[in-house]
Design a binder for this molecule. Structure first.
Ligand code: C2E
Ligand code: CA
Ligand code: CA
Length: 662
């Protein structure tokens, strides 16, 4: 296509130039002929006039054909004058009376009976009719003559009557050469100019063709690719899928589809802006591309949804290996220049022939598997399995139940005590949400809080928790505090500070008695928004605690960013405290580090006396866990020293809390 156009342009330019050259040559020839004829006429007239005026007995020669001695003498002087190298004289009838060649030996003079115009009657009639006639001769047959000369016929008059005709031979070789040289120069310059113009026009046209081609290519690229990530778009991915099915049916290899979704990507967009969101998507695209083998296809299906078509699957391990690598690679931090953020990806995989036998079916199954990954806590991968549909359905149902439960009496708060390391001094409680569904029974927060976060229901639910916790805590003894868990979504609305202030005001609870627990993941992605909000809350006197410390990627990094009042060591550390010396060392270091930053430390999930003992020696500030008390409803709180609880047996503890141990 492009080559054709280039050929066409080149041919057009070439033909145009050729045409210009031909026309120029013709014009040159015509102009030089005209010039030469005019010059010959001029010379001949001048010569004839001179001859007519100064040759004696010219009349006798022309009218009677007799060359007198005087005429011979005079004419010999005019035989060669300037460019005139020969002449002939004719009488009134047009017959030759003298040829200049004969002047040298007049004895032989026997004028040939040639006539004007070498027998051309037209010329003869014109000359005898009184006109000058010029005949230009180029490359004459006679080698003794100049290369270019003119034969100019000029009538000679006496008293207005034509008495004869002279034919003057004018040598024009020199002049022709000069004219041709001048013309060649002009033509050369003109040719160069035109060639340059032609070249420029040609280049402009070629450039335009090139631009058109690029635009065309870009259009075609955009039709098949996602502009942001450069990956295939949904349409192209479907085509690739279609082809893979077709190949498989023709005996080709087994393939799988991996559906990938970024966890909490919306938060990145909402808090850091779309520019940052786009950058993350671009980097995700790059990472995915770097993972796949030749022949595999990577696509962005839209938003934060990606997909991989993995070809040549020999064993199920091939799929899980790739899926695990996707999860691992996407979990690495994203460098956005000013910020570094974390954004996990969840992956759902389905294998053709095993999980689905049509394109639609396979995509659907991979999608369901993706949901399963999300439900399993995100940042993970799952295969499709038959159970999936049921689980998914249950999840949908639970979401809709959750929606209707808000604003009803189905929610309550349980409070878990927090003690000083002596195990007896009660310092406060952590409020933990409970949902008792009329038919489904007790639902644990780990199951429904993520649902509430995904659907935006966390906002009204979170406000209810805050209101209830503050109102109930306001009735407790003054020295006891209440800790409330916050979700990332609660920061997004932008009115958290006002909500807290109003709630404190309405409940009458002193600000320093309220403690807000946030997790590291909230800081990871919305550092600015969250730290600013926290700073305003802290300024109000509210305590801020970092929850689940040690479970994130870079816990330490966030400790510098915000002056926390408290740090809660995650119960996964506590669980291994007594059994694993390394964990023991880590916990010891965390506590000493926190103390050096003036941060108090709470250890969660303390279930036995040896854990308590170790934490005590490490100078942990606060103990929370089943050993000292399970979460119980407000009306069961007695705000007592925990000695009773410490001595209680496990069954009694179980009975205190409606919930099963996590
Ligand atoms: P969390 O903030 O880490 O809360 C502590 C969890 O550990 C609670 O589970 C508690 O019952 C459990 N736990 C306490 N002591 C022990 C122990 O000795 N051993 C063991 N194995 N577990 C212990 P729960 O109540 O199921 O809450 C789970 C998570 O749900 C909480 O983790 C918190 O992240 C979230 N959550 C609970 N209530 C709320 C709420 O009102 N708002 C928000 N946003 N999240 C909440
Ligand atoms: Ca907590
Ligand atoms: Ca915790």
């Amino acid at each position: 296509m492009k080559n054709n156009k280039i050929w066409l342009v080149s041919a057009t330019v070439f033909v145009s130039l050729l045409l210009v050259v031909i026309i120029m040559a013709a014009v040159m020839r015509y102009a030089s002929t005209t010039l030469l004829e005019r010059d010959a006429e001029h010379t001949a007239l001048f010569w004839a006039e001179f001859v007519g005026g100064s040759v004696r007995d010219l009349d006798t020669l022309l009218m009677q054909g007799e060359l007198t001695d005087r005429a011979h003498e005079d004419l010999k002087r005019f035989q060669r004058v300037q460019e005139v190298f020969r002449f002939k004289m004719f009488n009134r009838e047009g017959h030759t009376v003298l040829v200049s060649d004969d002047l040298d030996n007049p004895a032989d003079s026997q004028p040939t009976k040639s006539s004007i115009g070498h027998g051309n009657d037209n010329v003869r009639n014109m000359v005898l009719g009184g006109n000058n006639v010029i005949l230009l001769e180029r490359n004459p047959v006679n080698a003794n003559r100049p290369a270019v000369y003119s034969e100019a016929y000029v009538p000679i008059r006496r008293d207005g009557q034509i008495i004869g005709v002279v034919e003057v031979y004018v040598d024009q070789a020199d002049r022709t050469a000069r004219i041709e040289r001048a013309f060649t120069l002009v033509a050369g310059a003109l040719f160069i100019l035109l060639s340059a113009i032609g070249l420029i026009i040609g280049l402009i046209i070629l450039r335009r063709i090139e631009l058109e081609r690029l635009a065309d290519e870009r259009m075609r690229y955009l039709a098949h690719h996602d502009a942001l990530s450069g990956l295939l778009n949904r349409m192209s991915f479907n085509e690739a899928l279609h082809e893979a099915v077709w190949r498989h049916e023709a005996g080709g290899p087994v393939f799988s589809v991996l559906c990938i979704d970024l966890d909490h990507f919306k938060e990145v967009n909402d808090t850091l802006g779309h520019g940052a969101g786009d950058e993350v998507l671009r980097q995700v695209g790059e990472r995915l591309r770097s993972l796949v083998r030749h022949g595999d296809r990577v696509a962005r299906l839209g938003g934060d949804e990606f997909a991989i078509l993995q070809t040549g699957v020999a064993a199920i391990d091939d799929v899980s290996t790739l899926a695990e690598r996707v999860v691992e690679l996407l979990a690495r931090p994203y460098d956005l220049g000013t910020d570094t953020i974390h954004c996990n990806g969840s992956v759902g995989a389905a294998v053709f022939g095993v999980d689905g036998t049509t394109e639609e079916d396979l995509m659907h199954k991979a999608d369901l598997a993706l949901y399963r990954s999300k439900a399993a806590g995100r940042g993970t991968f799952s295969f499709y399995d038959e159970e999936l549909d049921k689980q998914l359905e249950a999840r949908r149902m639970l979401t809709s139940e959750l929606r209707t439960a808000i604003g009803t009496e189905q929610f309550t708060l349980h409070y878990q005590p927090q003690f000083a390391p002596d195990g007896t001094t009660l310092k406060g409680y952590e409020a933990l949400l409970r949902w008792k569904h009329p038919t489904l029974g007790a639902q644990m927060p780990d199951q429904f809080i993520p649902l509430a976060e995904d659907t935006g229901l966390i906002d009204p639910l979170g406000r209810w928790v805050l209101r209830t916790a503050c109102a109930q805590a306001a009735l407790w003894p003054d020295e006891l505090s209440v800790a409330v868990n916050l979700s990332a979504a609660q920061f997004q609305q932008g009115d958290l500070v006002e909500v807290v202030a109003r709630t404190l005001d309405a409940s009458g609870l002193a600000a320093h008695r309220l403690e807000l627990e946030i997790t590291e993941s909230m800081l990871m992605n919305n550092t600015q928004l969250v730290t600013q909000t926290l700073a305003r809350l802290a300024a109000m006197g509210v305590q801020i605690a970092m929850d689940d410390f040690g479970t994130g990627y870079s816990s330490m990094a966030y400790l510098w960013r915000f002056p926390f009042d408290k740090l809660k060591i995650d119960r996964s550390f506590t669980a291994h405290l007594a059994s694993d010396p390394k964990v023991n060392l880590i916990v010891k270091s965390i506590i000493s580090l926190a103390h050096s930053l003036d941060i108090r430390v709470n250890a969660e999930g303390v279930e036995n006396a040896s854990q308590l003992e170790i934490l005590r020696t490490h100078k942990c500030d606060e103990i929370q866990g089943y050993l000292l008390g399970r979460p119980v409803p407000d009306d069961q709180l007695v705000h007592l020293r925990s000695t009773a609880a410490v001595t209680c047996d496990a069954a009694a503890l179980q009975a205190m809390d409606g919930s099963a141990p996590a």
